[in-house]
Write a protein that binds this ligand. Sequence first.
Ligand SMILES: Cc1cc2nc3c(=O)[nH]c(=O)nc-3n(C[C@H](O)[C@H](O)[C@H](O)COP(=O)(O)O)c2cc1C
Length: 186
Amino acid sequence: MSLPPWRAVVRGARQREGRSPGATWLQLATAASDGTPRVRTLVFRGWSAAGELELLTDVRSDKPSELLSQPRVELCWLFRKAREQFRLRGTAVLVSAEQEPETLLDHWQRLSPSGRMVWAWPSPGEPFHSQGPWPQEVSDDEPISAHLLIMRIALDRVEQLDLKPHPHLRRCWTVQDGWSEQRLNP
Ligand SMILES: Cc1cc2nc3c(=O)[nH]c(=O)nc-3n(C[C@H](O)[C@H](O)[C@H](O)COP(=O)(O)O)c2cc1C
């Protein structure tokens, strides 16, 4: 499978960002069931074999139910050093360990012990109780959390804005046009 041309453009921006942890943080926008917007930060976890963008989340958080009523999402990925922004649109599906045990296990094992802790905490968004449990780590040999979900986003439109050149470079690619590039006014 040949990769869409924007994948190399995103890779270039990621490389310029180096090891900065913020290079994998992106903002995910969804619509709540009443149609009002929601936005929050997530960590980019990689590309699936079929080229979908993969995120990890908690089945108990608000996002999964929002996606059931409106699976269309937009992501905003900012690369500070590169002075580039990508806006990525697509349709999300949620994948559980029951559906794809091996893929979930692979993600679970790639998380660090401290990275796994949030899935062992009480339900996100509920009123805080200090008794928890609030573990700081979940070791490698612990089974996959029943709360772990992959959010897989099939992208259909990608837009780049690069502030380095004069004038700024803005271009987009859509799956509908066979991912051909269109330059836009910045
Ligand atoms: C830097 C950073 C990274 C985050 N990464 C994730 C993540 O990978 N997955 C996730 O579900 N939440 C992540 N969060 C928490 C979300 O932003 C959000 O607070 C949480 O998922 C609850 O969102 P919801 O109530 O809209 O579902 C991260 C937050 C920050 C600040």
